[in-house]
Design a protein around this ligand. Structure first.
Ligand code: NAP
Length: 273
């Protein structure tokens, strides 16, 4: 059975709309260069902001800006008392170091929850902002009443924004977590062992029916496009059909991720008042 994210996204949207009337919330999305692959995500953020009455400004810096110049821009945003959130949109040009730039953002304005300070808090299990996509995965599971405690979770993908923080968050939810990656020896065996299988690979239809069984819950984080612009997840539709539950693509985790950014913005903005 396919599970969806729209209703969950709409609930968060209603909460943010209410909050935006009570506390000042505003964010800047910093883009360096014109990489088209991030445009639909940025548009989604702008739309969510419009619909909730939150101020979200997109700042486009030129492709050839030096790292020092981008950091200067980030510092001036850090110093702007009227601004409660900042995010750096990736991908960025190759001459820039994403980690240095993210860590130049004031951690009190880090809407993505990926500043080293906030990642440290995540590992220490302290309250605070958390990376948006892993948050969306956990929220999706809970909203569909899928119990986490004691479950075997297998995450395919160990990126710093999705797989790795999700492993920490699922461990905090009392799952027993296995994290797989491109050097994992027997991925099929690992996947078949999962009660909850999360695919965060970035390869269209990578998870095939022989990797899941009838009791598996699949969360498909992947977003891939064919040449005609049609969206596909990392999980083959036949694998999703075989599983107990599988999140839809499109219409699943991606629906919630943008909302989680605003949830983080609200946490940071509330801290300020
Ligand atoms: P990423 O940084 O490219 O990481 C991909 C991970 O997949 C890596 O850890 C890599 O392993 C692993 N991998 C690649 N090939 C593999 C293979 N053959 N076998 C096993 N593991 C393999 O990607 P990401 O940023 O985490 O994103 C993953 C996907 O999620 C993408 O499709 C992205 O567009 C999508 N995404 C969706 C949302 C959403 O809201 N739905 C948000 C963010 C990202 P190594 O570490 O060994 O290289």
């Amino acid at each position: 059975m396919l599970i969806y994210g729209k209703e969950i996204r709409d609930q968060i949207k209603d909460e943010i709309r209410r909050e935006a009337m009570e506390i000042p919330m505003s964010m800047v999305i910093l883009r360096v260069g014109e990489d088209p692959s991030s445009l639909s995500y940025v548009k989604g953020i702008s739309k969510f902001a419009e619909e909730t009455g939150v101020m979200a400004e997109i700042i486009n810096l030129p492709e050839n800006y030096s790292e020092n110049k981008v950091i200067q821009c980030i510092k001036s945003l850090n110093d702007n008392p009227g601004l409660t959130g900042i995010m750096l949109q990736t991908p960025i040009p190759r001459h820039l170091n994403a980690s240095r730039l993210v860590n130049a953002i004031d951690y009190n304005k880090d809407v993505e929850g990926i500043h080293n300070y906030n990642l440290g808090k995540l590992i220490s299990r302290e309250k605070g902002v958390k990376p948006a996509t892993p948050k969306a995965v956990i929220r999706m599971l809970k909203a569909h009443n899928i119990a986490l405690e004691g479950k075997k979770a297998v995450i395919i993908g160990r990126s710093m924004t999705v797989g790795s923080p999700l492993a920490v968050m699922m461990t905090a939810e009392n799952c027993t977590v296995t994290i797989c990656h491109s050097k994992t020896r027997d991925l099929q065996k690992e996947a078949l062992n999962a009660d909850i299988l999360v695919a965060a690979i970035g390869k269209r239809e990578f998870v095939t029916p022989d990797m899941v069984n009838e009791n598996t819950v699949i969360i498909d984080v992947g977003i891939n496009f064919d040449t005609a612009g049609k969206m596909f997840g990392d999980v083959h539709s036949k694998a999703s059909a075989k599983a107990q539950f599988a999140s839809a693509v499109p219409g699943g985790v991606g629906m919630i991720t943008v909302a989680e950014l605003f949830d983080n913005l609200s946490i940071l903005s509330r801290k300020k008042v």
